[in-house]
Design a protein around this ligand. Structure first.
Ligand code: CTP
Ligand code: MG
Length: 573
């Protein structure tokens, strides 16, 4: 029996998917102008293979580094960023024209016990550029002067995000709320360098274990790749030992081979086996991989994860090995974001608003998560009289055999990947600010007590249990995405959306402010993001005009959920 035939049909789909992804990436995307998710992921993975990250003494090292590294191949991009430790540490991300050239630069690197302390010599794309020695140094300097023109390739501090004050200033100077919404999105979303850095972090893990697991694949998912991530967002990573089977000649020879690898039998059930493997991978990352620190194992969660910090990338990473639906969910969100240019700016604003009034919190708990909030926005856009997004059900209906994806544990993640086949065209012409107000109005009146939100149907359903908030998980429909949300937090959300609707409605009056008045005072989104001392229900246009405090809504004997600590979004955790 050949290797592929021994695999379950589900695993076969996964492999087929990866083959397609690796093979098709890049070229097709360029031809059509807009890459689909698989092409986007595939081309970023290949880009990471062409890249190295070099620590330098400052951004002024650019010319010297460029000259030195050019000996291994043609450098096509150089991006600088810095990371604040005790001192400011500087790095350059270099992209070569081919993976072979990047590999040559890595292979040429030396180990130096003095520089790396007692570190174990490990091959990785993270390197250090040491000062030149003696005559070689002087010759290098002379050559350098002749190469000043190369600076055109260079970006300085590509991960520096706009300060809160600078963003406020920018929003104040906008022409209207619609422009504020677009500016907020453009200025706070994860940038090009941020995406590259996340794919290099993934590649480092993949390459580190490739000796024993040549088919391993580490795939970023979540907000790093679905288009809803902001600067500094965490990286969600899924590691598969059997993810990669490049569709090469060598691979078809392998399929036909009569020689089959002996493998270890699984000694325990799937979940405890995964937990043991994750423990082992966690130790390996912790002990050997440069940059990896603060490794924590969270193995009892529904989806066990290893959390760690990457100090060369200033990045928090959540690594899982059994969450393929999360990966396909990211594809759905990516597609929703691509379908209409209003989807992402609207979601960014809702996420920022929720953060500013303490509805979301970086630590897990009984509050709503960014993912659940994103689902609320998607649902709102589906259920409108003139919908902006199709239901997932419509996407499933339009799927063909090339769209079949079934995870290893049998979860069907099949939906049409080609939007033309779905045939959905929105006739909704509302502006972003109108949609934002409608979003707050919609959830002010939503019956969270009796209704569940279904993105599959694009309409509310009867709630199947007593959870305070029920959002049907689109790919695992027996699960509730917002199961963690407590009754108090759900009430707080209702209060905050009513306040926001009231606030935004009154902002219409500010539309008449002169330009100089706008520059001098807070208006539009800036008022929405103000952090009130205490939530109160404002008199508004939908409900009895009465001022109510949050505590009036609860039995006095019940204690309110503590307000999550304020979030410092300049330094996201
Ligand atoms: N996910 C899911 N079901 C859940 C939670 C998460 O399918 N109940 C998937 C989603 O694809 C989500 C991804 O896992 O995008 C990562 O989850 P999380 O990190 O919580 O959300 P992000 O979308 O990455 O948002 P954030 O920027 O807050 O990390
Ligand atoms: Mg995330």
């Amino acid at each position: 029996m050949n290797t592929l035939m021994r695999l379950s049909p589900q695993l076969h789909h996964w492999r087929t998917y990866c083959i397609k992804q690796c093979a098709a990436a890049g070229t097709e995307a360029a031809a059509r102008g807009k890459p689909n998710y698989e092409e986007f992921i595939g081309s970023r993975h290949q880009q990471a293979q062409r890249s190295i990250v070099v620590q330098v003494s400052s951004e002024k090292s650019y010319n010297e580094l460029y000259n030195y590294c050019s000996r291994f191949g043609r450098i096509v991009t150089v991006q600088h960023y810095s990371v604040q430790h005790e001192d400011e540490l500087h790095y350059m991300l270099l992209e070569y024209a081919s993976a072979g050239e990047a590999s040559a630069a890595i292979s040429s690197s030396a180990y130096n016990a003095e520089l790396s302390g007692s570190g174990v010599p490990v091959r990785s794309p993270f390197l250090w550029f040491r000062a030149p020695t003696g005559g070689a140094g002087r010759r290098g300097q002379a050559k350098l002067a002749a190469n000043q023109k190369t600076l055109a390739l260079h970006t300085v501090n590509g991960t520096r995000s706009l300060s809160h004050e600078a963003l406020k200033e920018l929003l104040r100077g906008a022409a209207g709320i619609d422009q504020q919404l677009n500016l907020l999105y453009e200025q706070t979303r994860l940038n090009e360098l941020g995406v590259r850095m996340r794919f290099i972090a993934a590649l480092q893990v993949e390459q580190a274990i490739s000796g024993m697991f040549p088919d391993a694949l580490a795939q970023p998912f979540g907000s790093s790749v679905n288009g809803f991530g902001k600067m500094g967002c965490d990286l969600d990573l899924i590691l598969r030992f059997d993810g990669k089977t490049p569709g090469t000649d060598q691979d078809s020879q392998r399929e036909a081979s009569r020689l089959i690898y002996h493998t270890k039998e699984n000694l325990s059930n799937g979940r405890s086996q995964t937990q043991r493997q994750m423990e082992c991978i966690g130790d390996m990352l912790h002990l050997f991989l440069p940059g990896v620190c603060h490794v924590r194992r969270i193995l009892q969660a529904r989806v066990p994860i290893i959390k760690y910090h990457h100090e060369h990338l200033d990045l928090e990473i959540d690594l899982s090995m059994s969450n393929l639906t999360g990966f396909f969910m990211s594809e759905l969100l990516y597609m929703f974001g691509e379908m209409d240019p209003r989807v992402r700016p609207l979601t960014f604003c809702v996420r920022r608003w929720a953060q500013s009034c303490g509805l979301t919190n970086p630590s897990p708990g009984r509050w709503i998560t960014n993912f659940s909030l994103t689902c609320l926005v998607m649902f709102f856009l589906q259920q409108m009289r003139q919908p902006i997004l199709p239901s997932i059900g419509a996407m499933v209906k339009a799927a063909n055999t090339a769209d079949i994806r079934v995870t290893e544990d049998g979860i069907n993640c099949t939906f049409a990947r080609d939007m033309e086949r779905v045939g959905f065209q929105s006739r909704n012409t509302s502006s972003l600010s109108e949609l934002l107000l409608q979003f707050f109005e919609f959830y002010s009146q939503f019956d969270f007590h009796n209704r569940a939100i279904s993105l599959n149907e694009g309409r509310a359903l009867a709630k199947p249990d007593h959870s305070a908030m029920y959002i049907v998980n689109p790919l695992e429909q027996l699960l509730n995405v917002s199961k963690n949300v407590s009754l108090e937090e759900c009430e707080r959300l209702r209060i905050e959306v009513r306040n926001a609707a009231w606030m935004l409605e009154s902002e219409v009056e500010n539309a008449t402010l002169s330009e100089s008045e706008r520059r001098e005072q807070s208006w539009g989104l800036l008022n929405l993001f103000k952090h009130p001392e205490k939530s109160v229900i404002r008199p508004n246009m939908f409900f009895k005009p009465r001022m109510v405090e949050v505590s009036d809504l609860f039995d006095k004997s019940q204690t309110l959920a503590p307000t999550p600590p304020p979030v410092n979004y300049k330094n996201p955790t």
